[in-house]
Design a protein around this ligand. Structure first.
Ligand SMILES: [Zn+2]
Length: 288
């Protein structure tokens, strides 16, 4: 059975078709249109990928259980767009519309680095921090669908201002954009290049950045006691050579560190495909 997933990003839509084994057999990329044209664009991508099987969509923002985009801050005009109902009229019932970060987490859990774990934490360090929490073999949605907004945990009272209107959110300290802020304006690549040339300022920034990552991971571990923590997002590729440092610092920061098993900390496996693959697998469950 073919399953199709589309990840709607701020600038591009990435669509994939998965075969029975979970392998990406076709992919399509299109620029993200104005919200008015979104449903037609999604339909076209679905048609181009074969117009066959379940369709899952991941969209940034607040999505209702029926698949209506209530608000999507980075997409022009995206208020109350009935993506789910309109696509169901054309395709049938096997259509899901979910938050993009939740779907990326679902993808890493079902087909990526957290595969097989009943308790996992998936953390994506991008412009902000997104994620998903799996407990007892279930992706946690919460009472209103907002579970897993881990980037907005407060890690410093009266700290740095966040676009969410609050202060001291974790994503202001431990995301890709936070790394630029901590380094006084360097991109991740520039910073890690300087680090590799033995620059002591760069080394200090990397240390501070890892400490901020670990603060959040250790707190989350107190709440959900995962077997594995998966770290994804653009920054993680650059952090690759520092992964053992992240693991060591995380182990030291854990509550009751000496007396407990430590969760594994692993890099994500699906890269930019996580959201599209997660959406396809999620929608595939509806088709059964
Ligand atoms: Zn915030």
């Amino acid at each position: 059975m073919i399953r199709i997933g589309i990840d709607v990003g701020g600038t591009k839509c990435l669509g994939v078709a998965l075969d029975d084994t979970g392998k990406v057999v076709r992919e399509v990329r299109r620029p993200t249109p104005h919200a008015d044209q979104l449903v037609d664009q999604l339909w076209e991508i679905y048609a181009e990928l074969g117009a066959d099987g379940a369709l899952g969509i991941g969209v940034p923002g607040l999505i209702s259980p029926e698949g209506v985009i209530r608000a999507s801050p980075n997409m022009q005009g995206a208020y109350n767009i009935e993506v789910g109902p309109q696509l169901r009229d054309r395709i049938g019932n096997a259509v899901s519309v979910e938050n993009d970060a939740t779907m990326a987490a679902f993808g890493e859990w079902r087909n990526g680095a957290a595969r097989g774990a009943d308790d996992a934490l998936i953390v994506t360090l991008g412009t902000g921090i997104g994620g998903g929490v799996v407990m007892g073999g279930q992706l946690q949605r919460g009472a209103h669908g907002f579970a897993g907004e881990i980037g907005h945990m407060t890690v410093e009272r009266d700290g740095v201002e966040c676009p969410c209107g609050r202060r001291g959110c974790w994503e202001r300290y431990a995301s890709g954009s936070a790394l630029t802020w901590l380094s006084g304006g360097l991109s991740g690549e520039e910073l890690f290049a300087r680090f590799n040339n033995g620059d002591s300022f760069a080394a200090q920034v990397v240390d501070t950045f890892i400490e901020w990552i670990v603060v959040g991971l250790a707190s989350l571990t107190n709440v959900c006691d995962p077997e594995v923590i998966v770290l994804g997002g653009g920054v993680v590729t650059s952090l690759d050579q520092h992964f053992d440092r992240v693991r060591t610092c995380f182990g030291e920061a854990l509550y009751s560190s000496k007396w407990r098993p430590h969760p594994r900390v692993e890099p994500a496996q699906l890269g930019e495909y996580a959201g599209a693959i997660g959406s396809a697998v999620f929608a595939g469950q509806l088709a059964r």
